[in-house]
Design a protein around this ligand. Structure first.
Ligand SMILES: *Cc1c(COP(=O)(O)O)cnc(C)c1O
Length: 434
């Protein structure tokens, strides 16, 4: 017998089934199980009174509860690492590791001996294994923290020699020179905005030098009459070279030929490399430090290291990320444009079947998050009238696109393939009059 003939009251989902629903379980974690149970009961009563369809009970209960914080969103912007959207989306392996680490763990205990052990050694071992050129590794709160620790531990009463072309602003008003001088280090600026030579560095290096800093200008490009000195040549100056590569690429990626990676930078002679965990590595927010053993040890032993210490969830996420290199970031960067076009066309056709007109247009996706500024990734987007932008931001889940010339473009490159149905439902939920 089909559902249509049954008494609707018989179709009201059971309480235990509803309470096991993943979204209601997640809601219970924030607002408590009693609050969820009461929302479920009220929704069931409404269905029994015939006010809503029994199939809507779960959604009605969810609608009655405050949304989980933070909101999960669909990133259809075509910006792979969007700082406002939390940069990298974690891999399934990383998410599983974070969930497992949420309880008591052996983060700082050797189960064999029962004694204290090096904190986060699994993540550190995985990081060291991923970059064999590093004698030692360390992890702090974020890329900026890694630089602050290096400046404090190695140059607090000394000079950091740095090119004027590399004194960058990271974003949101945070400027590298301010960050560095806040540690007590003095900046010895050399060269000019567009040109710095090895002789400029050589003239500035002396007994007061703490280290020479090489910063990858990750979020802008200077073109034309330019010259910069590679790490390989700076390494011959007789002082440590600290390289802030920013992106967190561990080994070269042919897709991003201009992005420095940790392994090559160390092999070129850098004594210390700093990078972010939530950019091209596709992991959690973290500051990664790679380098020669004695320098890394000085950083690790500095009192400030304790203030920049990462929590067990970050360490778990990092270990999970390194265990499964096919991160969402990697997949989004390397997605095949032809496959993206097919997906987008399928979505367009599905919308057309529901009387909603959208176009498929070429799109240009970017790395974002202050990385690979010149790199354009060929992509495809669903094009809708601009008026969809606001309602889609308010949808559940919220959908973020980008507005170009009065059109809202939804680029599927960073949308998980399994979420195309959600995207379609969100578009259809916007009242349509086009
Ligand atoms: C992103 C970036 C930073 C800052 O790293 P956070 O992890 O955001 O603190 C510093 N330097 C460079 C070159 C960067 O690209």
């Amino acid at each position: 017998m089909g559902d249509g003939g049954a008494d609707p009251r018989r179709r009201v989902p059971r309480t235990d089934v509803l309470l096991a629903d993943p979204q209601l379980v997640a809601a219970a974690a924030t607002v408590g199980r009693d609050r969820v149970r009461s929302a479920v009961r009220q929704a069931q009563d409404r269905a029994r009174r015939g006010e809503i369809d029994p199939a809507e009970v779960r959604d009605a209960a969810l609608a009655d509860l405050p949304p989980p914080v933070p909101r999960v969103v669909l990133n259809a912007t075509g910006v792979v690492l969007h700082t406002n959207l939390g940069r990298a989306a974690l891999s399934e392996a990383a998410v599983a590791a974070v969930t497992a680490a949420a309880g008591y763990t052996d983060v700082e205990l050797d189960l064999g001996t029962g004694r204290r052990a090096r904190r986060g050694r699994d993540a550190l071992r995985a990081l060291a294994a991923a970059v064999p050129a590093a004698e030692a590794v360390h992890v702090v709160n974020n890329g900026a923290g890694a630089l602050v620790l290096a400046a404090t531990a190695l140059a607090a009463d000394a000079e950091i020699v740095v090119s004027r072309g590399e004194l960058v602003e990271i974003g949101d008003g945070f400027r590298l020179p301010d960050l560095l001088t806040s540690t007590g280090a003095r900046l010895r600026e050399v060269g000019t905005t567009n040109r710095t030579t090895l002789a400029d560095y050589a003239a500035a290096v002396g007994p007061r030098t703490g280290f020479v800093l090489k910063v990858h200008p990750s979020n802008f490009r200077v073109t034309g009459f330019t010259s910069a000195v590679p790490v390989r040549r700076l390494a011959g100056l007789g002082v440590p070279v600290v390289a802030d590569i920013g992106s967190g690429l561990l080994v070269p990626d042919p897709l991003l030929p201009d992005e420095p990676d940790a392994a090559s930078t160390l092999r070129a002679g850098a004594a210390l490399v700093t990078a972010s965990g939530d950019k091209l590595l596709g992991g959690p927010q973290a500051g990664l430090l790679f380098g020669v053993a004695d320098l890394v040890e000085r950083l690790r032993r500095h009192p400030l290291a304790r203030a920049l210490r990462v929590d067990k969830l970050t360490l778990a996420a990092l270990a999970g990320t390194l265990g499964d290199p096919a991160t969402p970031t990697h997949r989004a960067l390397h997605a095949d444009p032809a496959a993206l076009r097919e997906r987008t066309e399928r979505l367009r056709d599905a919308l057309a079947a529901d009387g909603r007109k959208a176009e498929v247009v070429p799109s240009v996706a970017v790395v974002g998050g202050g990385g690979a500024p010149g790199v354009e990734l060929d992509s495809w987007a669903l094009s809708l009238p601009e008026r969809y932008a606001g309602p889609l931001r308010a949808a559940d889940p919220p959908v973020l696109g980008r507005v170009v010339r009065a059109r809202l473009l939804l680029d599927l490159r960073c949308v998980p393939e399994g979420a195309d149905g959600l995207l379609r439902a969100a578009v259809l939920a916007v009242p349509g009059d086009d």
